[in-house]
Ligand binder design. Structure first.
Ligand code: SF4
Length: 234
C-alpha cells in the first residue's frame, strides 16, 4: 500500500484524472523509490548539485570521495580549497564548475543559517527558494530538489523526464511547455504533500529511464493506454 494521492477539487478534472492515473500506474509498476539517497540534508544538497548534467552513479562516486576524506559536511567543505574540492568531485564531471557551485552553496548556508539547517524552518518556502535561486549554479530544478528532498518542503520538482513523459502523453500545461507551467500544473491539482511529491517525481524519473527514453519502449509502458504519442502511431 502507499499513501493515497489527493487532488484539489477543480472545475476541469481532465488533468487531475490523468495525473492520478499516471501516479497510480507508475507506483503499481515501480513501487517506492526511496528518494533521495543521502544520510543527511546536507548530503542531499550536495548531491543535488553534483547530479547536474550527469548520472546519479557518477554523482554518488563524487559524494563517496567527499565522505571518505571527511569533507561531507559544510564546515570542511568551506575550508577545503576549491581546486582540492574539484579533484575530489571529478567523477561527477564539470568538476571545476561544480566545485565553484558547491562553494557558493556552502557560503549561502553560512550566511543564511550559520550551517544550522534547522534554522531554515523559520523561513517560508517561497523566500528560501528565491534566496537559493540567487546562488551561483542553482537553477529551478536544483533549488526545488533541495527544498523537497533536503528541507522536506512540498515543492514539485520538474525535470526533463517529466516534460518528456507528460508532453508525449498529451498533458500540456496552460501557457505551454516550461518548467514553471508544468510545476503549476502539479501544484494546482495536487494537495501540497511532501511524501507524494517526493514519490511522484522519483517515479517519473524511473519511468523516463526505464520506458519513456529518448527512443521510447512503448510496448512495455504501463501508461501507454492514455499516451497520445503512442496511440497516434498504432
Ligand atoms: S507509451 Fe511510449 S511515449 Fe508514451 S509514455 Fe509510454 S513510453 Fe512514453
Amino acid at each position: 500500500m502507499h499513501a493515497g494521492i489527493i487532488f484539489k477539487p477543480t472545475k476541469d478534472n481532465f488533468a487531475p484524472n490523468k495525473l492520478e492515473y499516471i501516479y497510480n500506474k507508475l507506483f503499481e509498476r515501480y513501487s517506492h523509490q526511496h528518494w533521495w539517497p543521502g544520510e543527511t540534508p546536507f548530503e542531499v544538497m550536495v548531491g543535488a548539485v553534483l547530479t547536474q548534467s550527469t548520472s546519479w552513479e557518477s554523482a554518488a562516486r563524487a559524494i563517496e570521495n567527499l565522505r571518505e576524506t571527511g569533507n561531507l559536511n559544510p564546515h570542511s567543505l568551506q575550508r577545503l580549497p576549491e581546486k582540492d574540492l574539484a579533484a575530489l568531485i571529478k567523477p561527477s564531471g564539470y568538476y571545476n564548475d561544480k566545485a565553484r557551485k558547491l562553494k557558493s552553496l556552502v557560503e549561502w548556508l553560512r550566511v543564511s543559517c550559520n550551517y544550522n539547517l534547522s534554522l531554515l524552518n523559520d523561513f517560508n518556502t517561497a523566500d528560501i527558494r528565491q534566496s537559493l535561486l540567487s546562488v551561483h549554479g542553482i537553477g529551478p530544478e536544483t533549488a526545488d530538489s533541495i527544498l523537497l528532498y533536503a528541507l522536506k518542503r512540498p515543492v514539485f520538482v520538474i525535470d526533463a523526464y517529466t516534460c518528456r513523459i507528460l508532453s508525449r502523453i498529451g498533458v500540456v500545461p496552460e501557457g505551454g511547455i516550461s518548467y514553471d507551467n508544468y510545476q503549476r500544473l502539479f501544484t494546482t491539482n495536487l494537495e501540497p504533500d511532501t511524501a507524494i511529491y517526493n514519490e511522484y517525481h522519483a517515479l517519473l524519473v524511473k519511468h523516463g529511464k526505464t520506458s519513456c527514453k529518448k527512443q521510447p519502449l512503448c510496448n512495455f509502458c504501463c501508461i501507454a493506454s492514455i499516451c497520445i504519442s503512442y496511440n497516434s502511431r498504432i
